[in-house]
Design a protein around this ligand. Sequence first.
Ligand SMILES: C[S@@+](CC[C@H](N)C(=O)[O-])C[C@H]1O[C@@H](n2cnc3c(N)ncnc32)[C@H](O)[C@@H]1O
Length: 212
Amino acid sequence: MTTPEPADRVLARASLADGDPTAWFDQLYTAAARGEAEVPWTRGEPNADLAAWVRPGGGRRALVVGSALGDDPELLSAHGWAVTGFDVAPTAVAAAKSRFPDSTVDYVVADLLNPPGEWTHAFDLVVEIINIQAMPRDYRPAALKSLASFLAPGGTAIVCEVAEENMDMANWQSPPWPFSRAEVESVAQDGVRLVSLDTVREGTRYWATFTR
Ligand SMILES: C[S@@+](CC[C@H](N)C(=O)[O-])C[C@H]1O[C@@H](n2cnc3c(N)ncnc32)[C@H](O)[C@@H]1O
């Protein structure tokens, strides 16, 4: 007997075949809300690497890309950041609001590929953890351009993606589409510069920081 293919793979394939890189995310969250699918990246707790990194926000503004069910925005909020979390999937944004009804996080439906203009240079902290790699490579230059644009002067951007150099790419099934070091470094554009580039999780993910 063959094991059925997970819902995320089935939905992603159909969405990508339709030329839509992101429609499947909301479909997956919707199916999961009905108990018909699992969202593979859902942990019910903040990202461990972000929890190890986090420092006091002192009321400064943070933007969490791909805020999913809200765990990472809530972590930053608890450390004093004034947080905006955005996701392209309305169901994820609604679920985050419902999980954290007393939250001070501003949860917003938005697309990294077409973000609100008022976010340009507006955030002292920008957190991008394994979202851009979830879109096909063709969308990467536009996504990285948006990401760089959010960072305010003197701020910090964190970028974490799966590290291609340590993956068995010959047998890899996308999504996600892992990053090369050069691609991570290319966040350094339009006045943004690289501060550090390390790996975490035994070399499987890059963890890079940038400033402007
Ligand atoms: C692989 S999940 C990662 C979620 C979270 N960052 C984490 O570390 O668990 C990718 C998330 O990014 C969202 N997403 C994908 N493409 C996006 C886009 N273009 N703009 C905003 N959010 C996007 C998806 O809906 C999903 O919640």
